[in-house]
Design a protein around this ligand. Sequence first.
Ligand code: FES
Ligand SMILES: [Fe+2]
Length: 431
Amino acid sequence: MARGDLYPRPVEGTWTEHYPDLGTSHVSFQDSISPEFYRREQDAIFRQAWLNVGRVDDLPKKGSFFTKDIVAARTSVIVTRDGDDTIHAFHNVCRHRGNKLVWDTTPTEETHGFARQFVCKYHGWRYGMDGACTYVHQEDEFFDVDRSLLGLAEVACEVFAGFIFVCLAKEPKQSLREFLGPMVGALEGYPFDRMTERYSFRAENNSNWKVFIDAFQEYYHVPPLHTYQLGPNNRDPNLTFEGAHYQLDGPHRVVSTTGVQKHKWPPETMYPSEVLLRSGNMGPWDAHDLAREISGVNPGGVDRWGIDNFQIFPNLEVLIYERNWYLSYRFWPTSHNTHVFEADLWFTPAKTARERLAREYAAITVKEYALQDCGTLDGTQLGLESEAFEDYPLNDQEILVRHFHKSVGDWVDDHRRALGDETMAPPPVTG
Ligand code: FES
Ligand SMILES: [Fe+2]
C-alpha cells in the first residue's frame, strides 16, 4: 500500500468537505477573547490533556531535573531523572506547608540543573529525586509522622520518542500513546535522538495562545506576510510553495508542504548571506536527507515533500524538515489574552565550522519569520476583542484552524458535561 493510501485524501472537492463534521460555516473566535472560556480551558484542557514539558535531552544524567511552570494549570512541576534512570514528574510543592519546593533566584522563574536531593527553603524538609521524603527537620516534634507517606505529589509522566509529557489529571483518561493516536504515534521511529544541537528562543506575547497557534497552521498568509520567502520564482511549478496535504486525527492535525526550495533558485534571487552560508529557513542546504523514508513522516506521500507541520493537541507543534532537522513550538497560556511562546530548533551536531554556521543561519532565519508572524498578534487580538464581527470566514487552506477551534470547544464541552455542569453553555465556536 502506498503511504498516501493509509489516510483518506480528497480525490475531488475540498479538504474541508472531506471532514464533514467541521462544516464550512463562519467560525466565532469568542474562545480567544473570553476570560470565562479561558477559565474553562484551564480545567478542561490544561489539567486534563497530556502536555509536552521537555525532552529527554533536558535530563542528560541521573540526578538531572528541570521545573516547568504551567500557569494555565495553576501549577509548577519538577521533572527528574532518578538514580535508576527513571523519569518522574511531581507537583513542585513541599508536602509540609505547601512552599514551592524547587526554584533558584525567584519562585516565579523556572530552573534546571543536577541534584542529589531537593531541600525546602522554608523548614528544610528533603526529598529524593524519586519524590520520597528523606528528612523531616525536628521530626520528633510531629505527631505520628510517617515519612513514607509524605513524599511529593506525583504527576503522570510518560515519554514518547524522547518527548516528555505530563498529565495533571488525577487519573489520565488515556495513556500518552492512546492520546497521541496513530498519526502522531507513527513518528516513533524518527531519529529525534540524533538531533541534539539545539537553538532556543522564547517570547511573551500579547494574544490568546490559540491566536498564535493559528498563525502556524495555515500557509494562506505566506505570500502577503512573508513575501520574500516566495521570491521572484514563485510562478515556476517546480519551485512554488504548495500546501500539499492536510490530515486530521482526533484532536491532532498535520499539514505537509513543499516548503520553499530556495536552494534551487538562481543565486541572484537570494540574499548574499544565504548563498554564502548555504542555509535558510528550510535549514542547511547540504544536510543529508534523513527523514523522507521514515514511517510517519510525509503521511500523504507528497512527491515534492519539504515539511510536515504536526500540531499536537493542545499546545505543541513539531515541524519535521526534509533536510535533517526539526523544530518544536510550545504555546503556554498565561491569561485569556497573553501567552509564552517557546521555540527549539534541533539539528544533528555540526562537525565543521561551516556546518555550525549553516545551523546558526537557519536558526536566525526561522526567528526572523517567526517575528513576522508574531507581528500580527497584538493587532489580531485587539481586533477580535473589539467584537466588530460575530464570526469569520475560513477558507480551505485554513482547515486546521477550523479543526483546532472545534477540538478546543469539544474538550471544554465534554469536560462541562462530565462535571454535570449545565449552568453555562460554552461560547459558540462555530457560527
Ligand atoms: S514548607 Fe517546606 S519544609 Fe515547611
Ligand atoms: Fe508565518
